[in-house]
Design a binder for this molecule. Structure first.
Ligand code: CO
Length: 135
C-alpha cells in the first residue's frame, strides 16, 4: 500500500549552492547529507513538517542525474511514495503493467529500500517507491 508522498527529488548542478538556496526557501538547514556511490549521486535532505525535499547532484558523468541534467536541465527529478511493503507493491505494479526498473529493492539514501518505475509508464514522471529500513 502507498501511504504518502515521502519526498520530492530535485536534480541540481551545484549541491552546495542549492543547499544555501533551499535553506533560504524553506527556512531550515538540511538534516542530512549522504552520498549514494552506487547511483553516482550526492544528496541532501530538507524537512518541513511532513514534507521532505531531496536534492541530488551527480558525482560522475554516467550518473543517472548527470544524464537527466543533460537532457532536461535542473528540476523535479522524481516523486517518492512511502510504501508499507515494497516487495508486494512491486508485484502489484508489475501486474498492473508498470515497468519496474529494479525488481529487487535496493538501498537508497536516507535509510530506505527503494525501487523506481520507468517514466514512460507514468506520464513522464520517475516514481520512486521507498520503504523505511527498520533495524
Ligand atoms: Co529519492
Amino acid at each position: 500500500m502507498l501511504t504518502n508522498v515521502e519526498h520530492i527529488g530535485i536534480a541540481v548542478r551545484d549541491l552546495a549552492a542549492s543547499n544555501e538556496l533551499y535553506a533560504k526557501l524553506l527556512n531550515v538547514q538540511p538534516y542530512k547529507a549522504e552520498a549514494v556511490a552506487s547511483e553516482g549521486v550526492s544528496t541532501s535532505f530538507f524537512k518541513v513538517n511532513q514534507t521532505k525535499i531531496e536534492l541530488l547532484e551527480a558525482t560522475s558523468p554516467d550518473s543517472p542525474i548527470a544524464k537527466f541534467l543533460e537532457k532536461k536541465g535542473e528540476g523535479i527529478h522524481h516523486i517518492a511514495f512511502e510504501v508499507e511493503d515494497i516487495q508486494s507493491e512491486i508485484e502489484r505494479l508489475k501486474a498492473e503493467g508498470f515497468t519496474v526498473l529494479n525488481e529487487v529493492p535496493k538501498r537508497g539514501a536516507d535509510n530506505k529500500l527503494v525501487c523506481f518505475l520507468h517514466p514512460k509508464g507514468t506520464n513522464g514522471v520517475l516514481v520512486e517507491l521507498c520503504q523505511e529500513i527498520k533495524e
